[in-house]
Design a binder for this molecule. Structure first.
Ligand code: ADP
Length: 872
């Protein structure tokens, strides 16, 4: 429905006028707003230019040379300046738009006026005619009345006049005729004016008004079109998504995208690279104790009755702190593993897969691993102090005392004090070298061997000592498949040959570590004698199981005799014999009675049982020798532990022996025994003639066949399958830690880092981790399982097929770690069977659970070998 038919009424006409006025006002408002926007944009452009200029005031000095981030920033600011210019241009265009609005509103005003005038004009004619009709009608009425009156007068005169003539009648007739004529004329004029009015009204309604309205509609609509165009233009100049802005934004994105964290410091590090800083040296200032006689020794804790309580409290505190650190680490690891599964080296968080999400996950992963490392360091630092205090307390035998046994502590402190007094006595007598320990003192008097001999007396226990309980036997059996060299002496008489040096006594266990000693003493009354080195002095200790474990240091008297609380004896054997036969407590307060001597186990060899022949290798703790077992003439390999290493290291050294003791498999190097009777402590193993697999691969790279390489992989898998079945995590599987015999058979060796657990969380520092062989979850979270060994096995396979190449060659540990985390895997070594490389890749699956277990690996390799054999 258009204006022409719908808006004919007067009211509609008036509304149309009002509407046009409103439109004009709206147009005015828009114009003003756009003017304001143009102003705003101009000001914004000016501010943006200032921002860009401010941003460009960056340090152009050398410090940031080569920095991608600073380069990107500069380009970013340039783009911002472009953006400002674009804003300014658009603002100017908006001003042009405002001018257009001015013109449009002027034209619109004119059009409104024209409409109003035209409407008035056509309406005026109709009005005029209407008035005319009314006027004519009233004229008509007036003439009609005059006519009627004259007619009546004429009729009256006519009737009255006898002759129908006369002057008066003529006069009346004349007037009557004139009135009649006037009426008729008026009548005709009225008729004509009505007819004209009808015509004009018809035209007004059907032609003129619709024509005017139609025209007006088209005029107004054309204004709307122009109006819309102007608005579109205005919007266009304010469109921030316009191509120009998009291009700028794209360029900004690109320059920011050019920031590359891994390259940022390339030029900088290249310029400033220096060798790592030399460590700060913290050293005990020896001059402090130069003039102090007595027991204070540099870098050594002093344990005496004055400090023991303090040390124990400190130990408790530190142990608490260590536990605290461990708990925090576990929580952190649980949080990481529980919250978000690890895949491809990065954490996929719940639903967040935007690049920012991944980045923030990476950051949080980094942060967690940093926090974890900080906690590990803290724990390691505290643990070091714990170990130091424990070691010091251990050596005086008070660390293992159960609570409520402070009496024994006092006793042992008494011993220490006695010893100290004795020393002082000796010093004051000036008859012997001051400060020498028992062993040194014995040596001084003619050597350990002679002086530890007894006096030719045998002694037998009067009462029958308690037999070993099933528990004792089973415990011994558990750790040693080999039968004990001599049966437990529990039910036999204990014979102390006077001709035997102490270290040949079956119940003398040499420097057997304390953990092992404790393991051997199971029932009240079980005892053994051992040696401990404290402050580089040797001390002989009697260890007894009595309400826990107690360790008594044998005291030397000024005369060179040996005693506890009772009488002194000329030899340690006699002292022990006395304690055993008399059934008197070693000390009154401990109440400990000696009931059953515990003998060395089969694997506790004597140092003199082996003859070292030639050095065949160098290990972490000391040299490795080819040697001969005196008893069987068997060729063996002997790992020695440097005497100078601290006790803690010695304990670590023996860890390998403790683990190997339990295993028996053709692809695991066999333990024959450990020698802890005296220094250097040694581990005796089967001799594997080809030596280290890594050296072997490198030396024989030309002669090795694919079949032999696959055989090596199968051997290693067999050994590892066996270890996995025993819940042993090797943690350092690599070609350098495998041995090879002359038939190319591979044996897994070097169990220094192994742990017997299904899952092992590392709590000490990661310092010596073989990064390139270690699975990502172990590196990132310290979480070790057999599946980490599977990862290392993949690297071992790679070493075998690359004939001893270094993995990730040319990459530092941290670079390799970084690349692995982003999904990089080493390419296949030359001439590796495809299936073997596929197996390597499976072993290197980022998700540990997707890696094959050793059982499966063994079966795959075995099947491939079988297929190869059959094809020949
Ligand atoms: P560590 O564990 O102290 O680092 P290794 O086990 O690596 O010591 O031994 C060092 C080297 O000694 C080996 O690379 C190897 O050449 C040699 N070796 C070690 N054990 C044996 C053995 N049982 N038979 C033959 N050679 C061995």
């Amino acid at each position: 429905m258009g204006f022409s038919s719908a808006l004919q009424s007067r009211a509609a006409h008036e509304a149309l006028i009002v509407r046009q006025d409103a439109e004009l006002r709206l147009m005015e408002t828009m114009k003003r707003s756009i003017q304001m926007k143009a102003k705003c944009d101009k000001e914004y452009a000016i501010s943006l230019t200032a921002v860009a200029q401010q941003g460009l005031k960056i340090d152009r000095a050398d410090e940031m040379q080569g920095s991608l981030i600073s380069k990107s920033w500069r380009s970013y600011m340039d783009e911002l300046d472009h953006q400002a210019k674009q804003f300014k241009f658009n603002a100017e265009q908006l001003e042009v738009v405002c001018d257009k609005f001015t013109h449009l509103s002027q034209d619109k005003r004119k059009a409104r006026k024209a409409y109003q005038e035209e409407h008035a004009k056509i309406a005026a004619r109709l009005n005029h005619l209407t008035d005319e009709v009314v006027r004519k009608k009233s004229e008509y009425q007036k003439h009609l009345e005059g006519y009627k009156a004259l007619r009546t007068r004429f009729e009256e005169n006519y009737i009255k006049a006898p002759s129908r003539s006369g002057r008066k009648l003529d006069d009346v007739r004349d007037k009557y005729q004139k009135a009649c004529r006037k009426l008729h004329l008026t009548h005709n004029e009225y008729v004509l004016s009505i007819t004209e009015a009808i015509e004009v009204e018809k035209d007004f309604r059907n032609v003129l008004l619709p024509g005017l309205l139609e025209h007006q509609q088209s005029v107004q609509e054309s204004f709307i079109l122009l109006w819309r165009n102007i608005l579109q233009e205005a919007a266009q100049y304010g469109d921030l998504t316009a191509d120009k802005y998009k291009e700028i934004q794209k360029r900004i994105d690109t320059v920011i995208g050019n920031i590359n964290p891994t390259e940022e410091y390339g030029e900088f590090t290249e310029k400033y690279k220096t060798s790592p800083t030399t460590p700060l040296l913290f050293q005990f200032d020896e001059t402090l104790i130069q003039d102090i006689p007595g027991k204070l020794q540099s870098s050594t804790l002093t344990v005496d009755n004055l400090t023991v309580d303090w040390l124990r409290n400190r130990l408790q505190e530190l142990e608490g702190a260590v536990r605290d650190c461990q708990e925090k680490q576990l929580k952190m690891i649980e949080h990481v593993n529980g919250g978000s599964p690890v895949a491809n080296g990065s954490i996929i968080s719940n639903g967040s897969n935007t690049s920012n999400g991944i980045q923030s996950n990476k950051d949080s992963l980094c942060r967690q691993s940093k926090d974890l490392n900080a906690l590990r360091c803290q724990e390691k630092q505290k643990q070091k102090l714990v170990d130091m205090i424990k070691c010091a307390l251990n050596e005086v035998g008070c660390e293992e005392l159960p609570s409520g046994c402070d009496d024994d502590l006092t006793l042992e402190q008494n011993f220490i004090e006695n010893g100290y007094n004795n020393e002082q006595q000796q010093r004051s007598n000036s008859t012997s070298s001051p400060g020498l320990g028992i062993m040194n003192e014995l040596m001084r008097r003619g050597g350990v061997l002679t002086l530890l001999r007894g006096r030719g007396r045998h002694f037998k226990r009067k009462s029958t000592p308690q037999p070993a309980t099933p528990m004792t036997r089973s415990r011994q059996g558990r750790f040693n498949k080999l039968q004990p060299r001599s049966q437990s002496l529990g039910s036999l008489s204990i014979s102390l040959s006077t001709n035997r040096p102490l270290y040949e006594e079956e119940w003398f266990h040499g420097v057997l570590p304390r953990e092992e000693v404790v393991r051997l003493l199971n029932n009240d009354g079980d005892f053994l004698v051992r040696e401990t080195i404290r402050n580089e002095e040797s001390q002989i200790v009697l260890s007894v199981c009595w309400n826990g474990h107690k360790h008594f240091i044998v005291q030397t008297t000024g005369e060179g005799n040996f005693r506890f609380e009772g009488p002194p004896f000329a030899s340690i054997q006699e002292l022990i014999m006395h304690q055993y036969h008399s059934e008197l407590p070693v000390t009154v307060k401990s109440g400990a009675i000696l009931r059953r001597p515990v003998c060395r186990e089969r694997w506790e060899l004597s140092n003199d049982d082996v003859v070292l022949l030639e050095r065949i290798g160098r290990g972490n703790f000391g040299d490795v020798y080819k040697a001969k077992l005196k008893s069987t003439k068997l060729d063996v390999a002997v790992k020695t532990c440097r005497m100078t290493l601290p006790d803690e290291q010695k304990r670590k050294f023996l860890q390998e022996g403790r683990i190997l003791k339990q295993y028996d498999h053709p692809n695991i190097v066999k333990l024959i025994g450990i020698c802890v009777q005296k220094q250097p402590i040694m581990i005796v193993m089967e001799l594997v003639l080809g030596g280290s697999l890594l050296t072997y691969l490198r030396k024989n790279s030309n002669g090795l066949t694919t079949r032999q390489q696959m055989g090596m992989c199968r051997d290693a898998a067999a050994g590892m399958r066996y270890l996995e079945s025993k819940n042993c995590i090797h943690r350092d599987l690599a070609a350098r830690n495998c041995l090879v015999d002359l038939e190319h058979s591979v044996k897994i060796s070097d169990f220094g880092m192994s742990r017997e657990e299904e899952e092992y969380i590392v709590s000490d520092g990661m310092k010596q981790i073989p990064v390139k062989w270690t699975a990502p979850e172990a590196l990132n979270f310290g979480k070790y399982t057999s599946l980490c060994d599977v990862w290392s096995y993949g690297i071992l396979m790679w070493e075998i097929f690359s004939k001893g190449d270094t993995p990730y060659s040319g990459m530092t540990n941290s670079r390799a770690r970084e690349r692995i985390d982003t999904g990089y895997r080493m390419p296949t070594p030359k001439s590796t069977p495809e299936e073997m490389y596929r197996l390597m890749l499976q072993c290197w699956a980022a998700d540990a659970e997707s890696r094959p277990h050793f059982d499966e690996i063994y079966n795959v390799v075995d099947a491939l070998i079988l297929r190869l054999d059959n094809s020949h």
